[in-house]
Design a protein around this ligand. Structure first.
Ligand code: HEC
Length: 117
């Protein structure tokens, strides 16, 4: 076995061994996966508001690379959706789809998109 395959095996084992914990500990990797599944369709892969579904909306999905919103605001708008925050109802609420820890993971990830502008 080459030494290159060892890290891949270790990552694979960690995922199998820790499914119950995945939900409790917010992480960048988890956030990236969730973002790709739930958010990129509107906000775009790089967060620029240019996802494939963006054109069908009346309100442009926010360009997240421009966002300066604080964690508490992000947590609320992601959990409760745009309408609850006096923004567009086209930003859906996610509290029923993903857990608070998963929302924190997504927040870690979307904040990395800011630096990548
Ligand atoms: C159906 C399209 C759609 C999807 C899917 C979507 N959003 Fe949005 N989002 C929007 C729209 C539209 C706005 C702009 C609301 C406004 O400005 O009134 C928005 C706004 C936001 C904002 C506010 C940014 C700021 O700084 O003010 C955040 C944060 C956000 N979305 C995060 C997410 C996350 C995280 C996900 C995935 C869990 C997600 N959105 C999925 C459409 C979407």
């Amino acid at each position: 076995m080459s030494t290159k395959s060892i890290p891949i095996l270790l990552v694979g084992c960690a995922c199998l061994a820790l499914p119950a914990l995945a939900d409790d500990k917010p992480s960048l990797d988890e956030g990236k996966k969730l973002y790709r599944v739930y958010c990129a369709s509107c906000h775009g892969k790089a967060g620029k508001g240019d996802g494939p579904g963006a054109g069908a909306l009346k309100t442009p999905p926010y360009n997240l690379t421009w966002s300066s919103a604080k964690d508490d605001y992000l947590r609320q708008i992601i959990a409760k959706g745009g309408a609850a925050m006096e923004r567009s109802p086209e930003m859906p609420p996610w509290a029923g789809a993903i857990t608070p820890a998963q929302i924190d993971s997504v927040i870690i990830y979307i904040k990395t998109l800011r630096a990548a502008q």
